[in-house]
Design a binder for this molecule. Sequence first.
Ligand SMILES: [Zn+2]
Length: 445
Amino acid sequence: MNNIKITNCRIFTFNEENEIIDQGEIVIQGDSISYIGKVRDNHDAAARESCTRVIDAGGQVCLPGFINAHTHAPMTLFRGYADDLPLMTWLETKIWPAEERLKGEDVYWGTLLSCLEMIKSGTTTFNDMYFFMEDMAKAVTESGIRAVLSRGLIGLDENKAALGLEETEELIARWHQSAGGRIRVMFGPHAPYTCQPDYLEKIMKKADHYKLPLHIHLAETRFEVEQSLELYQMTPIEHMESLGLFEYPVVAAHCVHLSPNDIEILSRRNVAVAHNPGSNLKLASGVAPVPRLLEAGVTVSLGTDSAASNNNLDMLEEIRLAALIHKGVSLDPTVVPAYKALEMACREGAKSIFWEDEIGMLKPGYKGDLILMNLHKPHLCPLHDPAAHIVYAANSSDIETVIINGEIVMENREIKNMDEEKIMYHAQKQALALTGGIADEGAVD
Ligand SMILES: [Zn+2]
């Protein structure tokens, strides 16, 4: 069994007391944390725990790994392929035609590329919705990352709708709780405008049967709200409430356009909101009313959405955007303070994917998912408040070591389980084939 001791670090536990431990020490036995507290001078303790590795963190900051609460990992293959377009033009003329050509192999390499990028920027868990889930699960397993996978469900075509549900059940049977417990499955109805009420009811029945949560896009654009009002005389949130969706655990991505009644429903029904500030800005969808959601007691986490609309999977960027954008929009510099923005990427992230009993905090019994960040850098000097530095001044390249499920997956920025060059080579090749060689072919030899 792998037993790792990390000493001499400043630990942001994000536990219920928001404890910060200076001169801290963490012991991970197997996949879970067995000790967290002050550095012990008693060397017997380490011997008793028979640590196979001791990492002297040299004063680095230790945080729970970031949780990317909403993304579509394989879409890294479309990074930078189509930008600065209106949402529907972007989808209809670029993304959907390219996705029509997608094969399992593309999803496999695209997911590996994402895992590489996420681990290098401190993400230890991601919540995804896509298709070719078998290939995605294989890539997740190999990379060492933790993930919640949903097969995206779209009800517009009857055969495809039925196939989506079948594939979700296969995904559950083969992959739920697999990879040493790193993979979980949810149901993924894409959105109210792609899943008509009778299809949503079928999905809810299945989710109830398997006792698994649901992951959906809600109230992303003003157009979606207008269309819903026209068709159902209800906002998308009111519509989902009327169908009974919120009687199940739901994580709703975006929630940009909300009425006061929508916020009341989300709060009363404990719907978790995955806020994607970068994607919402880039697609000009708007700015979600996060301060009002927080005031109403709604769980708000952070997501990157796909790299096609971001264009990266760097959670530090989302954390910074979340801390900045709401100040600018509300003209109130006190909203979404630095620590709160970090919390949204850690403990609140875990809550939003219904995994808060094992991840999102650093405490005994929790999974060994953590990152070490080096704040001893010119752009982070002088050091007054580490949380403020992490949110407002740090780069993801300041993250040096990443541990997931008790396994070191990156140490001193060196990736352990994946061959970076090989993954980039294949991702570039697959992406060129998908986009009709529009990308720079010279980049591949
Ligand atoms: Zn999305």
